[in-house]
Design a protein around this ligand. Structure first.
Ligand SMILES: *Cc1c(COP(=O)(O)O)cnc(C)c1O
Length: 193
């Protein structure tokens, strides 16, 4: 079980406190904010693992590949193409998770469940990308368990080992449904500024 400490919009002293305590896996949801916060710290902590957990525009793929060790929000062919191009250009292969919009919410990123198998197949066969697992953010006002179960099912039938699911309010449920990574922000750092 990996604890991803989601440090977006958290003050630096709280991030430093967690680093001092030994936490090394951090998640950010914006490329620019992550660059400002982590580009320098990376040098002091070569063992850091940075994960992008927020939406990625294709035109920011180069910056994202340069900074992050994992991109958890791959959700469309155009982005797969942009990432494949950057992997080749930079000779760097961050881990990839496909984000699934299990609640089919229009405002949320992620491929809808009915198109997930096809996207995973295209990532592998068309774009030559290695997908490690899936990520989801369940709708705020629904029982998360059904969404976690659905994500686990899609992962199993596609032979994917990693499941990034569960946040401050529901990580215990996510772990029961097989999460291999939980992304916790406010429960770890306190409320965001
Ligand atoms: C902000 C965020 C989290 C952490 O949320 P908390 O409720 O503070 O734990 C996890 N995942 C993603 C994708 C986020 O954007």
């Amino acid at each position: 079980m990996t604890l991803v400490a989601v440090s977006k919009r958290q003050p630096q002293d709280r991030v430093e406190a967690l680093l001092t305590a030994g936490q090394r896996v951090f998640g950010e949801n914006r490329v620019q904010e992550a660059q400002a916060r982590w580009a320098e710290r990376r040098r002091q902590h070569p063992d850091l693992q940075l994960r992008l957990v927020g939406p990625l525009q294709s035109n920011k793929a180069a910056d994202a590949v340069a900074l992050f060790d994992a991109i958890d929000t791959l959700d469309r062919p155009k982005l797969a193409q942009a990432l494949a191009d950057e992997f080749q250009r930079q000779c760097k292969h961050p881990q990839l998770l496909v984000q699934v919009n299990t609640g089919e919410e229009p405002q949320k990123g992620g491929v809808i469940p009915g198109e997930a198998d096809a996207l995973i197949k295209a990532c592998r066969e068309t774009y030559g990308l290695s997908v490690s697992g899936l990520m989801c953010i369940p709708p705020a006002n629904e029982q998360p368990a059904l969404h976690f179960a659905l994500l686990a099912k899609i992962a199993a039938r596609n032979g994917l080992a990693q499941l990034s699911m569960g946040m401050s309010a529901d990580f215990e449920t996510a772990i029961r449904f097989g999460a291999t990574m939980v992304r916790v922000g406010s429960a770890l750092f306190g409320a965001r500024r």
